[in-house]
Design a protein. Structure first.
Length: 116
């Protein structure tokens, strides 16, 4: 089992920045990737960004490319999401995930609200 604890999020004006953290604990060995999804009420959870744990390769949704940056600290088993130039459409609950041995583990979610 992998436990994920997210922090960060909150309310920000459009054009502003926020940072999200996600710390993994438990069986963190063999984690293949970690990343973020987001979800708004009535919609499916959508991919935001992910990072391959071993190589550091990163992948982003087109909607956030150039504005969001995902990074990791292997020693702390923590993944970070730096969000800049935030837009009202970025408003959502953001969920951290970790993929390990074919199973996805999820955090509890943290709300990001971008006001106009």
């Amino acid at each position: 089992q992998v436990q994920l604890v997210e922090s960060g999020g909150g309310l920000v004006q459009a054009g502003g920045s926020l940072n999200l953290d996600c710390a993994a604990s438990g069986r963190t060995e063999s984690i293949y990737s970690m990343g973020w999804f987001r979800q708004t009420p009535g919609k499916e959870r959508e991919f935001v960004a992910r990072i391959i744990w071993s190589s550091g390769s990163t992948y982003y949704a087109d909607s956030v490319k150039g504005r969001f940056t995902i990074s990791r600290d292997n020693a702390k088993n923590t993944v970070y999401l730096q969000m800049t130039s935030l837009k009202p459409e970025d408003t959502a609950a953001y969920y951290c995930y970790a993929r390990r041995l074919g199973t996805n583990y999820w955090g509890q979610g943290t709300q990001v609200t971008v006001s106009t």
